[in-house]
Ligand binder design. Sequence first.
Ligand code: 5GP
Length: 125
Amino acid sequence: MPIDATKPYDQNNIFARILRGEIPCRKVYEDPHALAFHDVNPQAPLHILVIPKGAYVSWDDFSERAPADEIAGFVRAVGHVARENGLAVRGYRLLANVGRNAGQEVPHLHVHLFGGGPLGPMLAR
Ligand code: 5GP
């Protein structure tokens, strides 16, 4: 069920629970600002989610409220994960769903990182 991205942050959303270690994930990378793990339902040969460690509902919330060091740390982490997984040379796709129209389901900002093969048209499944 798509979320209302204007609602306050829900401390019990699934990614908050992954960050607290209450739910397992297949971790790819972690640093002080970000955690990256494999999507449980991959939509590409490689489908990694990168999330900031701070409590932000969406890109809209993050870009408005996050301090500069958290924004820089998160953006650098996304690039680092792509490079470390061999995606920079052949290319990859980033996607961040925000709110109902985009079908965002988990109310903690996450960037989807798709790669590992040709990804097809931008919006079709
Ligand atoms: P959204 O539609 O919010 O942009 O994407 C949410 C993503 O989170 C989906 O691709 C979904 O497969 C993934 N997801 C949902 N629950 C879990 C979980 O418990 N573990 C992991 N690794 N991925 C999850």
